[in-house]
Design a protein around this ligand. Structure first.
Ligand code: F6R
Ligand code: MG
Ligand code: MG
Length: 373
């Protein structure tokens, strides 16, 4: 029987601003899944990354399953009641629709799911990012799955040498899922041409060309496409299968040492470097910096091992210091140029209102009359 991994995450309220959920909130979500997941999910793991709570579940019902999605939705509703009772900031913020309608996709929570035949040993990574959007994973995925400078497995493993298929979504298209499939290495430059624009083109999934198996699934939700306006950054989750025909754990983690600049941070409207952090880390400097956590698991007969916390390792302390320096350096230029996101990506309308008001005050100066010689 095929295994399905489903991770569904939402921001339903946090302490002290958009920082971290309360213990009671996490306990309420966990208790709900524990009590109501019987017969639905085989195993689960609850964690938070910044202000977002993620429910990772194993089951056999396939992707987009109504009962599984409803379980997570109801857990978040239950949590929202607790968040309201505690007066948490942004209680229920990511639950954008009133009533559940079959699938949480398009309702606010972010979803990443994969259905596959379990390998005899099945290691996988669960990434969660806060204060950024799904394009934050473009660069690490490109490097891990398509660049032999990062991933020696592309040269060393005969299976991986056959390359990977990238499914990339145009997230600015709101009428439906507009996707393109491109193969590495042949179409490397085409893949790069799209992925360099992470606010528009986002990796949705990656597939092994040797076996046809799925290697990665990314949540591609853009909250402002649902709400018609920004209601918060999308804070994406991602699942990546590792080892054997897929990149090794270390090959997938390595690109995160760059601390690349991503959209997010303060008021979801800036460019800030992405900091790899331990699972269950909160938010701080400049409502950021944007953070990403990575929990590693093995799964067997749909049962999860305990998680290993990949970015808790001492190696990442140096990376975090580097990211802090990059963040402070960028913040020195305040709202100027590259520090703040372009107009279309700002979470607030204040600048547009100011520009519209100023527009009326502009005047075209009469052309200078040439003075006769
Ligand atoms: C994401 C996040 C931010 C906020 C945004 C709006 O986790 O917290 O994207 O949603 O900064 O913040 P407020 O509520 O202060 O307007
Ligand atoms: Mg938030
Ligand atoms: Mg968040």
């Amino acid at each position: 029987m095929k295994l399905t991994l489903s991770v569904i995450k939402a921001d339903i309220g946090s302490i002290g601003g958009h920082v971290a959920p309360s213990r009671r909130l996490l306990d309420a979500v966990e208790a709900f899944i524990h009590n109501n997941g019987i017969g639905l999910v085989t195993d689960y793991n609850i964690s938070h990354t910044g202000d977002d709570i993620a429910i990772l579940m194993t089951h056999t019902r396939g992707e987009g399953n109504e009962a599984i999605h409803k379980l997570a939705w109801n857990a978040f509703l239950e949590g929202t009641a607790v968040a309201k009772k505690q007066g948490l900031y942004g209680a229920g913020q990511d639950l954008l629709k009133e009533a559940f309608s079959g699938n949480v996709k398009g309702m606010g929570p972010a979803v990443a799911e994969m259905e596959f035949e379990e390998r005899p040993n099945e290691p996988f990574l669960f990434f969660a990012a806060d204060k950024t959007d799904p394009g934050a994973y473009n660069l690490p995925l490109y490097l891990a799955f398509a660049d032999p400078m990062n991933t020696p497995g592309l040269l060393l493993s005969p299976h991986m040498s056959k390359g990977f298929k990238f499914v990339i979504m145009d997230v600015s298209y709101t009428e439906g899922d507009r996707v393109i499939e491109l193969n590495s290495p042949e179409q490397l430059y085409d893949i790069a041409a799209l992925l360099r624009d992470p606010e528009r083109f986002v990796v949705e999934s990656i597939w092994s060309r040797a076996s046809g198996e799925q290697a990665a699934a990314v949540a591609t939700t853009r909250l402002h496409n649902i709400a018609g306006k920004y209601t918060g950054k999308d804070d994406p989750v991602m699942l990546v299968r590792v080892q054997m025909n897929f990149p090794a754990t270390g090959e997938v983690l390595t690109p995160f040492a760059i601390g690349h600049f991503v959209a997010g941070g303060m008021r979801g409207s800036h460019q800030m470097p992405l900091m790899p952090v331990a699972v269950n880390t909160g938010i701080s400097y400049f409502d950021g910096p944007p953070i990403v956590s990575c929990a590693g698991f093995c799964v067997h007969d749909q049962m999860l091992t305990e998680r290993v916390d990949n970015f808790a390792h001492p190696f990442w302390n140096e990376v975090r210091d580097h990211v802090s320096r990059k963040a402070i350096e960028m913040r020195r230029q305040g709202f100027f140029g590259a520090a703040m996101l372009p107009m279309g990506e700002l979470e607030y309308t204040g600048i547009m209102e100011k520009l519209n008001a100023l527009e009326k005050q502009f005047a075209v100066r009469p052309a200078a009359v040439p003075v006769p010689a």
